[in-house]
Design a protein. Structure first.
Length: 230
């Protein structure tokens, strides 16, 4: 009996699906590729026969591939830096409009190698609503930006998260060859990473300031734009 094995590689863990129909397998792949998932990387459509030795060997090879993938890309704990947060009272601002303005602001700055997507988080418990954050990433630095109604106004936040290292990044020679060695970065790497963080923060605060003044409110002061130290 022939089965179609779907192997999906993501940043958390490899996943599998065994589907007997070719049409169903291709439809499943199409749905995967149409999802704008932050962690989706690639899916492979493979065929294997589990009725004989060759099928069993194929299954073992796929399991080994999944194990190697998991070990190679599994990351350590993330580091969350102090966020920037502010509140505009008396106005309701569309989350979608805010995110589109952030996208446009970053595009105007012509920053390369930046990935902008959306990610949903639970607001509190497992049965609570989902809140969509704008995810802005470059290398190990990830910003999660949010705008949401709060009471009579709208709050804005920007969280800087540093990804944990995976297994490959912890091997000195391989990480150095790949330019992923966090313990021995070049001056240029440190400069451009600092500029990325500065550009994202400046874009967020500029958009908030523009939306505040457009609603007849006072714009952000220099103190308002600063990230709290404690």
């Amino acid at each position: 009996m022939e089965n179609h094995i779907i192997y999906t590689l993501n940043f958390f863990e490899p996943t599998w699906a065994c589907i007997s129909s070719t049409q169903q397998a291709r439809q499943f792949l199409f749905q995967l590729q149409s999802l704008q998932s932050t962690y989706y990387v690639k899916a492979f459509l493979l065929q294997a026969s589990f009725g004989g030795p060759s099928g069993f060997m194929t299954f073992l090879l796929l399991m080994l591939l999944g194990l190697i993938s998991y070990v190679a890309i599994a990351r350590g704990p993330e580091t969350i830096r102090k966020p920037w947060q502010t509140f505009l009272d008396g106005v309701q601002i569309s989350t979608n409009d805010f995110y589109e303005a952030i996208r446009a602001g970053l595009e105007e700055r012509n920053i390369t190698h930046v990935t902008i997507t959306e990610r949903s988080f639970l607001e509190s418990h497992v049965f609570s609503a989902m809140r969509v954050y704008l995810r802005i990433a470059q290398n190990e630095y990830v910003y999660y930006v949010c705008a949401a109604p709060y009471g009579t106004g709208t709050f804005f936040s920007s969280w800087l998260v540093i990804k944990g290292e995976n297994m490959l990044e912890q091997i000195p020679l391989l990480s150095k060859l790949a330019g992923k060695d966090r313990r021995n970065k070049t001056f240029y790497q440190m400069d451009t990473e600092a500029m990325f963080r500065s550009a994202v923060h400046a874009t967020v605060t500029t958009v908030v300031d523009t939306m505040a003044t457009a609603k007849g409110l006072r714009g952000l002061t220099e103190l308002d734009r600063q990230i709290a130290k404690n």
